[in-house]
Design a protein around this ligand. Structure first.
Ligand code: UD1
Length: 440
């Protein structure tokens, strides 16, 4: 991003249509409200953050593991939370909010059912019912979530993990169908750090017989919170907050109450809002240790940040310095703060670079920020992935792409390649490529 004069932005869009719009498939009314902003004011004052959405969602599905009544506090009033409660209602789980942020969940009469495409596709985190359903009922039928606006988001790690615990998993007409007589503890080494897969397998392993070890587990605060909650349900988990979790299953976990942790991404968003306006803001009700990477970047950009026990105070200069930001799993810089920092850096002095190593294509906001005048260039870069050769020249194309990808690419079905290229890997090695043939 090149230097850019501070933008005075007024977001003016077409007036809202008279009839409420409906989502294409659920027929549910979606809000066509708009937000209009008169830019140019420095933000000042205090702002509290709500409970964490991404911690709440798996905790809610964990209520399927043990019948009974649960009370949760600091539950954010968000659409995704209502969607999860709607999904759980299909399994006979009742819920009731009390003063807005307290929530009672009654899973006494929970039964098995299907997690339908219509709901799962609106909220990918619905996949979190897979582990608990399998653990509790020995069977689960959950729609595949499908892609999202910024690329495919696979669930292979969830599935592989369930299989290693002893489940038979099939994909039938777009549904994950998992069955088991019983689950047995296993060693689960993850190739990639995945928040969702770690959470799902923690819950699947909760009632498994014996010990399960998740290696390269995600250690995001939301996973830590889920693990703490499962512990209070009577499940033994060692290594909470680290990348190696050891779960000793228990046949009968029991209900427990929990307070949701603060939403670190909401907090980070307010810190960025303060910084982009050259403001002076204290973000309260936060857990500062969850935001170290964000605070570090704000300081590096020239903001003055004071960290208190439960709040973070940021005083920003007129203009920030440029940054190099690279997202990575916790405690690295979160991918969920990447877009907000892109906005911030588009008005910083000089050129900044942002790399998202979690989701290489998570850049749909670029075009819209450009419409506001931001000077952003997206460098085409490839990130390694497991890929399948479909014909001879396609195999060669995948190998060429793998030569410039920024992580390892594994090309399968290379028998196509062997039809037309003699010892291509050796020839490329001779040219200095890091390529090898791995025999099946
Ligand atoms: C969660 C968060 C999301 C955040 C993301 C990364 C929730 C509800 N959502 O999403 O806001 O952006 O973590 O911090 O908590 N992957 C696989 N196979 C799998 C699963 C994941 O290859 O089976 C890959 C993904 O494509 C991605 C990486 O692993 O590149 C991390 O994804 P993951 O941590 O699983 O994200 P979510 O749990 O879906």
């Amino acid at each position: 991003m090149k230097a850019n004069t501070k933008m005075k932005t007024r977001v003016v869009k077409q007036p809202a249509p008279v009839a409420p719009a409906k989502t294409q498939d659920t027929g549910e009314a979606i809000s066509m409200d708009e937000v209009w902003i008169e830019g140019g004011r420095k933000l000042r004052g205090q702002v509290p953050v709500s409970g964490s959405k991404n911690a709440t969602l798996p905790v809610l599905t964990a209520t399927l593991l043990a019948p009974g009544i649960y009370r949760f506090t600091n539950v954010p009033a968000l659409k995704d939370v209502s969607t999860m409660l709607e999904l759980l209602a299909l399994f006979g789980v009742k819920s009731k909010r009390d003063d807005g942020h307290a929530l009672y969940v009654d899973s006494t009469n929970a039964h098995n059912a299907e997690a339908p495409y219509e709901l799962v596709k609106t909220m990918r985190a619905s996949i979190y019912v897979l582990g608990p359903l399998l653990a509790r009922f020995g069977e689960a039928r959950v729609s595949l979530p499908g892609g999202c606006a910024w690329g495919p988001r696979p669930v292979d790690l969830h599935i592989k993990g369930m299989q290693r615990l002893g489940a038979e998993v099939e994909i039938e007409h777009g549904y994950i169908v998992a069955r088991c007589k019983k689950l047995t503890g296993a060693y689960l080494p993850f190739e990639i750090s995945s928040v969702g897969a770690t959470g799902n397998l923690l819950m699947a392993a909760a009632t498994a017989e014996g010990e399960t070890i998740i290696d390269n587990a995600a250690c995001e605060p939301e996973i830590e919170a889920l693990a703490e909650f499962l512990t209070s349900m009577g499940i033994k988990i060692d290594g909470i907050g680290t990348t190696r979790l050891t779960i000793t299953g228990t046949p009968r976990p029991h209900p427990a109450d929990a307070a949701m942790i603060p939403d670190r991404i909401e907090a980070g968003t307010f810190l960025a809002a303060a910084a982009i306006t050259g403001g002076d803001v204290e973000v309260t009700s936060v857990e500062p240790r969850h935001l170290d990477a964000v605070v570090e970047k704000l300081e590096e950009a020239g903001a003055e940040v004071t960290v208190h026990e439960r709040s973070i105070h940021v005083r920003a200069p007129e203009r920030l310095n440029p940054l190099r930001v690279t997202t990575s799993p916790f405690p690295g810089f979160p991918t969920d703060m990447q877009a907000q920092f892109m906005a911030l850096l588009s008005v910083a002095r000089g050129t900044s670079t942002i790399t998202d190593t979690i989701y290489a294509d998570r850049f749909t906001h670029v075009a819209e920020l450009q419409r506001l005048g931001a000077d952003i260039r997206v460098d085409p870069s490839l990130s390694g992935a497991p890929v399948m050769a479909t014909d001879l020249r396609a195999s060669a194309a995948l190998i060429l792409a793998g030569l410039v990808a920024n992580s390892e690419t594994k090309v399968s079905r290379i028998y196509h390649l062997d039809r037309g290229y003699e010892r291509i890997e050796e020839k490329l090695q001779g040219l200095g490529a890091a390529i090898r043939r791995v025999r099946a």
